[in-house]
Design a protein around this ligand. Sequence first.
Ligand code: ZN
Length: 199
Amino acid sequence: MQYPQPIEKLIDSYMKLPGIGSKTATRLAFYTIDMNKDDVASFASALTAAKTQLHYCSICGNITDDDPCEICQDKSRDQSTILVVEQPKDVMSIDRTNDYHGLYHVLHGVLSPIEGKGPEDLNIESLIKRLQDHPEVKEVIVATNATPEGESTAQYLARLIKPAKIKVTRLAHGLAVGSDIEYADQMTLLKAVEGRTEL
Ligand SMILES: [Zn+2]
């Protein structure tokens, strides 16, 4: 026996989310049915709005509902430093430390021969163009994760950028090897930014 069609559809939708199996999806579907109408309506519109109103900043690649994003528009920030991260959520993690006041650039991944990800699949071309258009940038801090892919991406960027006489640094190894920026605590991140070393 099957559930009525709308419930089956809802369960299928929840199962599209990462880490949600049929049991959890069924529980969420029934929970949703029990929610009041207004809450369901605002939940549905939040989903749609997140997808339609958000896009990537044309300058840094961060996720934003404005273009350029808030950070790129903020002229009070240090325009001479760009910190490069893998994912938009890393921007939030580092900015929350309140220790770094420069600009950002989001790669949207790392170089990974196994996954067939090359430089052209990452937001690298726009970084190089940005550096060419903005000679005021004196340092690029590569804050990719402390994984083998993160390391080789950092080395690749250093080789690419250094000939332009721009300093390329890497976050200090206060970060545990294999660890993600996203999960590091604020004190570790703060120390990692302060103790960065030149590549
Ligand atoms: Zn931006």
